[in-house]
Design a protein around this ligand. Structure first.
Ligand code: PBG
Length: 324
């Protein structure tokens, strides 16, 4: 009789036949930084902190010691530095360039990734520049935004970033950023592209962390419709052609089919972002003992890997690395 259970009979046999494994080297650890001397707990994301640069260094060092190869940094910018032209995003003395320099000086081997998008710097809270269209409605203007994103990417490259990660979903930005970096001598700075980034309600806690919720309108004219998957393939083929080094799908857990289909459409490395809302749901359910936090965390991560992601961006990076 054929008995599939023979392959499950002991931990040793299960280890032999296991198809997917997690490793600390799969993770990118997202970190929030602000321009204050004290570290601050983030109300909307229990367990996450807005770090001072000093705190950021300590946290990144702990991550590296656990075998996590990369961090991605997000800035919480004070309200008075935000403007409708988002010019602070390419200030060489700004928070992110200072954080990059401090990280690279302390941990030269750590891969430092930056987010390229205007929302933390934009008084309108959108990832792109906002203009009024002829009907009096809001419009996120693509090509003008891409020019600013190129300046931002260049500023991060000058400060020493290993990878820039455009999360804005403007058309043509990967190619424009690649061309700008190449022409300025930064041909070795990689692009981790948010290729299929959906207009998701799961980003809510993150926007709380950065106080970057759009003042008006939503992000549906640039982020993707959660109902679509062919469009994710189209974006993948475009980003590949435009010169992306790594493709990303975001969110991760509710979009495992997208990860799987994108996996089959490209030979590039594939990342998936387990976003703030996915993290928060597990934290919230575990808080009163409704779920086993550690077990559900590990299962959520193995599911993302099994679907086809090579790399996972996750707020659980340190906690999961400790379990491995
Ligand atoms: C913005 C950005 C967002 C996230 C990463 N970069 C939010 C958004 O698009 O509104 C979300 C990350 C998360 O929820 O964990 N460019």
């Amino acid at each position: 009789m054929i008995r599939p259970r023979r392959n499950r009979k002991s931990p040793a046999v299960r280890a032999l036949v296991r198809e997917t494994t997690l490793s600390a080297s799969d993770f990118i650890y997202p970190l929030f930084v602000h321009d204050k001397n004290a570290d601050e707990a983030i109300d909307s994301m229990p367990g996450c902190i807005r770090w001072s640069i000093e705190g950021l260094l300590k946290e990144a060092g702990e991550a590296q010691a656990l075998g996590i190869p990369a961090v991605v940094i997000f800035p919480a910018i004070s309200e008075d530095l935000k403007s409708s032209d988002a010019v602070q995003c390419y200030n060489d003395d700004g928070l992110i360039p200072r954080a990059i320099k401090a990280l690279k000086a302390t941990y030269p081997e750590l891969c430092v990734i930056t987010d390229v998008a205007l929302d933390p710097y934009n008084s309108d809270g959108h990832d792109g520049l906002v203009a009024e269209n002829e009907h009096g409605g809001l419009e996120i203007i693509n090509d003008e935004t891409v020019e600013v994103l190129c300046q931002q990417a260049l500023c991060h490259a000058r400060a020493g970033a290993d990878m820039v990660s455009p999360s804005d979903m403007m058309d043509g930005r990967v190619e424009a950023i690649r061309t700008t970096l190449d022409s300025e001598g930064y041909q070795d700075v990689s692009i981790l592209a948010y290729t299929a980034k959906y207009a998701s309600a799961y980003y809510g806690p993150f926007r709380g962390a950065l106080e970057s919720t759009p003042k008006a309108g939503d992000k549906k004219t640039y982020q993707m419709d959660p109902a679509n998957v062919h469009e994710a393939i189209r974006e993948t083929l475009l980003d590949e052609e435009e010169g992306a080094d790594i493709i990303m799908v975001k969110p991760a857990g509710p979009y495992l089919d997208v990860i799987s289909q994108v996996r089959n459409a490209t030979t590039l490395p594939l990342a998936a972002y387990q976003v703030s809302g996915e993290y928060l749901m597990i934290k919230a359910a575990a808080k009163d003992g409704w779920l086993d936090e550690q077990a559900v965390m590990m299962e959520s991560l193995i599911g993302i890997k099994r679907a086809g992601a090579d790399i996972i961006v996750t707020y659980f990076a340190k906690q999961a690395a400790r379990c491995l």
